[in-house]
Design a protein around this ligand. Sequence first.
Ligand SMILES: Nc1ncnc2c1ncn2[C@@H]1O[C@H](COP(=O)(O)OP(=O)(O)OP(=O)(O)O)[C@@H](O)[C@H]1O
Ligand SMILES: [Mg+2]
Length: 534
Amino acid sequence: MTHGLGRWAAIGAVVSLAVTVITVALALTAGASARASQQELAHRLVPGAAAAGTLLAGYTAESDLLHNYVTAGPKASIAPFRDAAGQMPGYQDRVTALLRGYPQMPSLIAAEQAALRAWMVQVAGPQLAAAARGDFASARSLQNNATRNRPYTLAVRSQGAALDAQIISAQASLVAKLGLAEARLFTALAVVCAVVVAVAAGSVAAVRRWLLRPFALLHQAAEAVAAGEYDTRVPAVGPAELAELGRATERMRTQLVAALAEAELAQIRLRAMNETLGQQVQQRTAHLEIANRNLATFTYSAAHDLRTPLRAISGYAEILTEDYGERLDETGHSYAGRIQVAADHIGALLDGLSHLSQVSRADIHRQDVNLSAVATTLCDELRARNPGRRVRVRIEDGIRVSADRSLIRIALYNLLDNAWKYTAGRDDATIEVAFTPVTGDGIHCYVRDNGVGFDPAYADKLFQPFQRLHDTSEFGGAGVGTGLAIVQRIIERHGGQTRAEGAVGQGATFYLTLAATSDAPAAGHIRVSAGSAG
Ligand SMILES: Nc1ncnc2c1ncn2[C@@H]1O[C@H](COP(=O)(O)OP(=O)(O)OP(=O)(O)O)[C@@H](O)[C@H]1O
Ligand SMILES: [Mg+2]
């Protein structure tokens, strides 16, 4: 059954309309018939019966008044009788007018009028004539002659009774007609009620069978699909709209199944690609690691090999000054001195390269390192090495990282050494070592000082080997500019990052991102120590 809901609704509306029209027509017809019967009864038959009764009563009064007149004798007045007789035509006319048109009525009325006329001519007439002559004795005798008078009297009474009977019969047939009209009305209403009940029951059954049941099937299937049972087919059942909904849902399900299959395939491909990529990355990393190590080894051995000729240059320069010093003029001495200085500088550069290559090649053995403790020891060493400096040091407790102890110590040393070095000109020199937790399992450790700072435009350059922003003569030491390069190499080898912030004359901050230890640190309290001058 796939008729549209609209078609069923139209059929229902037509049936309901037809039932309504039939009901109204039947009710109107039956009502009109009942009303006509009621009016006929009220305006004709009931007044007609009353008028017939009045006519007979008029006759009785006429007869009684005649009797009184004749019995009373000459002293009596004939006027009451004449008045009563005078009203009789009016009574007759009213009866005739009201009962006109009914079967047998006109003949019965005519017969009654004839009987009344006969009574007037044959009974009342002779008595009135005798009384008019003054012979009341004869008049009374005539009046008492029952044998003569009775047929006329009886004729009037029997005709009146016949008319009454006919009126009653007409009333009865009208009442029966009224009953029939009412019965028809009730029958129509009963039929309509039955049709309405049947239509309602049929509608409920139809809705259940063609709407609710298919809807339940559709709903069940949709729920199953929504719950992940993608193999459940969605049926196209019920009226056209519902069947179309079922087909659309089924199309959606098949598309979903196809999309899921495609997604699964893509996921498998992606996993395979990831695996390949992971392997490639691993291979490349291993190659890179080997290349880096080779480069570091090469750098180390080159630096090492260069030391012999460098020592020779330095040695010959020394011999030149010591053994041939007398023969050299001032310019010669100056050149020999410059050779010595240049050789020392190259030596320092080679030291820097060696350190860099060492930290690049060293194996990493991770362990929990208390960076706060390491920083405290290094600051104590720096303070001992520079007893004349007055530096305020603030180290936050509990900075714990997972790192190679000796490498991380080298990195922290370079940062603290710089901080110490570049706060040299300040009386209120302050160095701070602290950390801020970051998302994941990392932390930002930082070393901050309030020294000379640097131009932030060169922030990234600082980490490149041999890049220096400040002159050695100004800050002392034999720095060649490999300290921060070493820091960066060590942190990168731990999988972390370095960053520098600073401004000229406003100090510098160096951040290191490192993996925290498993029992991640909470912000600890800061220990402050201050060295004193002298
Ligand atoms: N705390 C700091 N404040 C200001 N400038 C700094 C600071 N630390 C480093 N720098 C700048 O960065 C440059 C590079 O630093 P790096 O530690 O690599 O070299 P260095 O300290 O000059 O020499 P080395 O560390 O090799 O002895 C420095 O020359 C200096 O200009
Ligand atoms: Mg340095």
